[in-house]
Write a protein of this length. Sequence first.
Length: 71
Amino acid sequence: MKELLRTNDIVRLSWLQALLADAGIETLVLDTHTSIVEGSLGVLPRRLAVSNDDYPRARRVLKDAGEETAE
């Protein structure tokens, strides 16, 4: 798995997951439970990850949609 990005914005995270799912790319959100345990204050970002094989294509999909990703 490779991390695409980190965000505290759960609406954006949901949008990005839908965008990638539409392209046939499975995603995994990391740190969801940690974020909930800290009280949902939005202090700890959640990480969006995809498989190593899907990573280049996922970056292209997000870039084409005007979204920035981690290098």
